[in-house]
Design a protein around this ligand. Sequence first.
Ligand code: GLC
Ligand code: MG
Length: 244
Amino acid sequence: MKFLLVTDLDNTLVGDDAATLALNQRLQSERSQFCLVYATGRSYASTRELIAQKQLLLPDYLIAGVGSEIYQDDTLDLDWATHLSHNWDKLALASIAQQFSQLELQSPLEQNPWKMSFFLEETPTVAAEIIGDLQQKISAAGLAAQIVFSSNLDLDILPQTSNKGNALTYLQKRLQIHPEATLVCGDSGNDISMFEQDARGVIVANALSELLEWYRQCGSQNHYFASSKCAGGIMEGMQYFWGW
Ligand code: GLC
Ligand code: MG
């Protein structure tokens, strides 16, 4: 059986250098047995920098920009791009977002044709209200989009069909890998959509409150809350679900 390992990067695969190194060595020795996918909020360019800096294995696929882009080697998956482009009016969504003075646009490097990213620095209650208002304005305008909020700071506006979870399911189906052989790993809000898919999931010990809250409410026997942080947690999950 071929395995599909889909992992977030910041504070999941990366964050504890010794554990990253140990996991990399383990993965390297069994490289032909699995398909390796990185699923990150980072842009393609910033992911490549991190891969070089931390000497990560080269993935088979890269889900970048919170699922707004999929790359195989250095090539953008145009089928996925076409899929996301249906019903996606970035200009109209930008003009709605502009009405919210609390939203501060992230760097141009973090924007792409299928992702608009902002900072929203408010208390959790105020942030939740603003997100509710934004979602309502989007729906009232007859537009389709999803809002992903992470780390109590990062707010992404994405096509409704996007996100890390939908992107990984697209790859899982294409590669015809069974849900039991699929393991997803993450630590924060933009990883929640991965845990909602038909797959096994590891929540690393250092997970943020938004993911822990989701786990309390929606976690099942398909989800494992690791006692080790970052890559150590991934290794625990591989042992727990796959006996690796
Ligand atoms: C990464 C991206 C940023 C995004 C955040 C949460 O930090 O660089 O644009 O908002 O992930 O998804
Ligand atoms: Mg992360």
